[in-house]
Design a protein. Structure first.
Lengths: 260, 242
């Protein structure tokens, strides 16, 4: 309801929120790994408050890119299912879905979270492609953090199916690697500037009052590996530093949920 | 597919199928109503390893206006398989199969709904298959009917759907993925209020008329069983007297 936009802004100035949370307080975050046990090769359901996201991992065997003949590949896709939100439309991914997928992808790609060379089957000929499919079931805000957390939880839950050379296809009944080879654990948190205040884990209503957001992905060593600014308004250098600082703190809590 | 067709013993000497069920036994089924917050109504139904979430928005304003009907509500139906819902990843986006299933599912639900109470309105229903092992359209219809009830849509009755098929020479209820892929035939039906009114029927295979009739009769029994479970799921959420 846009009706509450002004109230949300005024309250944020006083350090308050409509649902009584602190400005940096997340709603309850739940991670359920192996949510799709039979058909996915790694999966997780993440809920942050009423926001619900499922991420499933699938593998296929493809030719490598010519410039990286000994590297597996990653494809990230996001579906904002119409059931998630009255405003979501059926059909090919719209801007928001594409941005969501690309931000999730960037954190994983740039941190080199997946050991892509370990996914090479035959140099220049055959490599594994890991598909990371994000499926939004219910949108109550903060889809970016939920999706990124779901992606890393699903990857950590996953395995690589065996490649059957004779049939030239994956043998889904056999395990090739019992874990997806991983180097890093990138985790993402988004700070939002409402008025002059930075607020974390905004719900759908707060996002309508949103001025600007900054999504930050950091590794376990607190290295920043991906960022994305969104929203119609601007941010200052101080805002940016404050969000990065906050993201380092917030992601620690996510790491605990991932069992690190 | 270069795989050789293997001889499978579809029903063994103990009268058990490949997954241990009897010929007239449904898979283990779970139903939950109201699983999503944003939608006006929602439900998740699991039949064995098949899981479908259904949602309903509406009845609500329908745009563009040329889609409206002056004497009843119009249903827009979406059936979608998540990419990770099958072993070999499904390309995202609607394909022809999904469109056809959306249409037959809509036709399966319509006779049970009081659409004429909402002239010019639209009802958006979607079915998201998140894990599949055969029977996704039937499971989706069963879930969509629960989601409609959860949305408070006036209905003549609940719609329940399951399939019966023939594997080897055996007529079996609720074919699973393996039985569907490698068996002889599969006939999904839907009925209203667990009764005799059939609102969905499809078939592919190679059967005699007697076998078809046997399948339909058996699937009808399955639908009656599912109908009872749907009622229980609604009562669990909404309470009320039996």
């Amino acid at each position: 309801m846009k009706l509450n936009t002004d109230t949300i802004k005024e309250m944020a100035e006083d350090g308050e929120r409509l649902d009584g949370r602190d400005l940096d307080e997340y709603r309850e975050v739940k991670v359920e790994q192996d949510y799709i046990p039979t058909t996915a090769q790694g999966s997780a359901k993440v809920s942050i408050g009423d926001t619900q996201v499922i991420v499933g991992i699938s593998f296929d065997v493809e030719s490598p890119y010519p410039d990286r003949p000994n590297s597996g590949t990653i494809v990230t896709n996001a579906e904002l299912a119409p059931m998630a939100d009255r405003e979501f439309e059926s059909g090919p991914p719209q801007e928001a879905g594409v941005e969501l997928a690309r931000v999730v992808d960037r954190g994983i790609r740039e941190s080199e979270a997946i050991d892509l060379e370990a996914l090479c089957i035959e140099e220049g000929e055959k490599v594994y492609t890991a598909f990371i499919d994000v499926h939004i079931l219910n949108n109550d805000g903060n889809l970016l953090d939920a999706s990124a957390l779901g992606a890393i939880a699903a990857l950590r839950d996953g395995y690589v199916p065996a490649y059957d050379e004779e049939e030239d296809e994956l043998d889904h009944d056999k395990v090739g690697m019992d874990k997806i080879p991983m180097n890093k654990v990138p985790v993402t948190a988004t700070g939002r500037k409402i008025g002059d205040t930075i607020v974390w884990d905004t719900d759908r209503e707060e996002e309508e009052a949103l001025g600007a957001r900054l999504t930050v992905t950091v590794t376990e060593e607190d290295q920043v590996v991906a960022m994305q600014k969104g929203g119609r308004e601007t941010m200052t250098e101080e805002d940016i530093s404050q969000v990065i600082e906050g993201a380092k703190k917030q992601t620690k809590k996510f790491r605990n949920l991932l069992g690190e | 597919m270069s795989k050789q067709k293997q001889e499978v013993e579809w029903v063994d000497e103990n009268n058990e199928r490949v997954d241990g069920r009897k010929v007239d036994e449904l898979r283990e089924t779970k139903m939950e109503v109201g699983v999503l917050e944003e939608a006006d109504g929602s439900a998740m139904v699991e039949v064995g390893n098949t899981r479908v979430i259904a949602s309903v928005f509406g009845p609500q304003d329908l745009h563009p206006a040329h889609l409206q009907e002056s004497d009843r509500a119009v249903i827009k139906m979406r059936y979608n398989m998540a990419p990770f819902s099958v072993d070999d990843r499904m390309q995202p986006g609607p394909n022809r199969r999904a469109k056809e299933i959306g249409l037959v599912a809509k036709r399966a639900l319509e006779p049970a709904l009081e659409l004429e109470q909402f002239p010019t309105a639209g009802i958006d229903i979607s079915m998201e298959v998140i894990e599949s092992d055969g029977g996704t359209r039937a499971t989706g219809i069963t879930a969509a009917s629960l989601a409609l009830a959860d949305a408070g849509m006036p209905m003549k009755g609940l719609v329940s759907s399951c399939a019966a098929g023939v594997v080897g020479d055996h007529v079996v209820l609720d074919v699973n993925g393996k039985e569907d892929k490698e068996g002889n035939a599969d006939i999904p039906i839907a009925t209203i209020n667990g009764g005799g009114d059939v609102s969905l029927l499809q078939m592919d295979g190679d059967l005699t008329q007697e076998q078809v009739e046997e399948c339909v009769a058996l699937a009808k029994e399955g639908c009656a069983d599912l109908h009872e479970q749907q009622r229980e799921a609604l009562l669990r959420t909404y309470g009320g007297e039996e």
